[in-house]
Design a protein around this ligand. Structure first.
Ligand SMILES: [Zn+2]
Length: 330
């Protein structure tokens, strides 16, 4: 078995480039895989390895001043759900594209049991799912508002148009908690007073409260794509876009020109050879369909095409590289 961790810590990093270099060196030395972002505001990552590797990595993170209290959401999985290690400097560790948002001034953190108690109290509140549409589509808390947005940085615009009374109690959640750290600041800045965020996000809630009141599954940004939240209720809440049957497995359209992420059952994937439409199925940019790995994200384009294809399609490939999905973490 392997361990998969998801974590973040907001703490100023003076020289992100240097911090990143040392961090990457250590991760390589340990043999970790995953995606880690570093910026002047802190550290955000998801990584995987054996339990020894993960323990060593956690100790490494905790050894940095300011990172001693970093919390790790942790789960076991039968394989390492990442192809490689990416460790790089970014402008923000979670991209909201709003200047001066300091998580120090965020909302009130609710522990999973407190969150559940509010949900069961009959109290009046509004709950916001601070994740993207493709995440909330396959799973969300009962009664949550699930904005139809593709990116976290679309939320400020959404907030400026939404009609939520300023005196209303606000609950918000995301996968691991990091997006709420910023979005709660924005809501408070804009006049909402009673702003609450689920500490550790859905994953922590699943672990501590068994996922009660959560419908469907949780989208994650690694090869697993979805993880169960409530073991007592595993039924899908979405439908296969090809066959219409209940489903919550995701496929990236095999046509490299399309790449659409869509809900697809096993039958649907087989029928369309991993494509979202007949048109995509005919594309010369279609990656070969592998039923064994139908529900895993694709690797870099060059894994699927021969040299002849590369020669013939230089300009397309340059474009494809520039546009290749560059995942967020949580
Ligand atoms: Zn397509």
């Amino acid at each position: 078995m392997f361990e998969v961790i998801l974590y973040y810590q907001f703490h100023p990093i003076e020289s992100p480039e240097e911090f990143c270099k040392a961090h990457k060196r250590k991760c390589k030395e340990l043999g970790l895989k995953g995606r880690i972002y570093i910026s002047s505001e802190g550290l955000n990552g998801t990584a995987s390895g054996t339990s020894e590797q993960i323990e060593a990595y956690k100790n490494f993170v905790w050894s940095h001043q300011g990172f001693e209290n970093t919390e790790f959401k942790q789960e076991s999985y039968h394989e390492v759900p990442f192809a490689k290690l990416i460790c790089k400097v970014r402008q923000e560790i979670v991209a909201l594209h709003v200047d001066g948002v300091d998580p120090k001034y965020g909302g009130n953190h609710l522990q999973p049991h407190e969150w559940r108690a509010v949900m069961e109290s009959g109290e009046d509140y509004v709950m916001i799912d601070v994740r993207n549409n493709y995440e909330s589509k396959i799973g969300h808390f009962e009664g949550a508002i699930t904005p139809d947005l593709k990116n976290f940085y679309d939320f400020p615009e959404w907030l400026s148009q939404v009609d939520i009374p300023k005196d209303k109690k606000v609950l918000m959640y995301c996968t691991g908690g990091i997006r709420c750290e910023k979005f709660s600041v924005l809501m408070k800045d804009q006049g909402w007073e009673d702003v609450n965020q689920l500490h550790g996000g859905i994953l922590n809630y699943a672990y501590k409260e068994g996922g009660e009141h959560f419908k469907g599954k949780c989208f994650v940004f690694d090869d697993r794509l979805i993880v169960p939240v409530n073991p007592k209720d595993l039924s899908p809440i979405a439908h296969c876009e090809i066959t219409g049957v209940p489903a919550d497995t995701y496929v990236n359209c095999a046509n490299m020109e399309c790449n659409k992420l869509f809900v697809c059952s096993e039958e649907g994937a087989l029928q369309m050879e991993g494509c979202c439409s007949e048109e995509c199925k005919q594309s010369e940019y279609r990656r070969p369909f592998d039923p064994e790995h139908a529900f895993q994200p694709f690797r870099k384009w060059y894994n699927y095409f021969d040299d002849d294809f590369k020669q013939r399609n230089k300009s397309f490939i340059e474009k494809a590289i520039a546009e290749e999905p560059n995942g967020c973490l949580s």
